[in-house]
Design a protein. Structure first.
Length: 141
């Protein structure tokens, strides 16, 4: 009985060792994982999006647009989860809209006038109203 028990232990150990070595032989070597540096997401201007910075063509520097004036979609009954912003510099305003890839720079002639660029018009009325053509798109404080 002892011999039979010893034989079973040896046979199972041998078959397990053979199975493990076959599994190791069929594994393909894994490629090294690429490490991504935190804060390594600078754009062409050196602005770090992960830190909330965006390039301002108006100010010629990296800015945090959420520190500007927030514009909300004009109440058309829809629910929106995005926000748009405007920053001011003298008689110019730069729009960062959720619907546009590039910012839009508007200009006004004098204090109290609206900022304009083509069809875009930012009107200082009860905060701000942004129109494109005759349609009100955004409002903000």
């Amino acid at each position: 009985m002892k011999k039979m028990f010893l034989f079973l232990i040896m046979a199972s150990a041998f078959s397990c060792a053979k199975k493990v070595s076959q599994e190791n032989a069929t594994k393909t070597p894994e490629e090294p994982k690429k490490e991504v540096a935190v804060g390594g997401d600078s754009d062409a201007h050196g602005c770090k999006a992960s830190a909330g910075y965006t390039w301002s063509a108006l100010k010629k520097e990296c800015i945090r647009i959420f520190e500007g004036t927030k514009l909300s979609h004009y109440d058309d009954g829809k629910t929106y989860t995005t926000a748009s912003y405007v920053i001011f510099d003298g008689n110019k305003a730069e729009l960062f809209l959720d619907t546009q890839k590039e910012s839009i720079i508007l200009e006004r002639k004098s204090e109290g006038d609206s900022w304009v660029n083509g069809d875009w018009q930012l009107i200082p009325w009860k905060g701000y109203v942004l129109k494109k053509g005759e349609k009100i798109l955004y409002t903000g404080q």
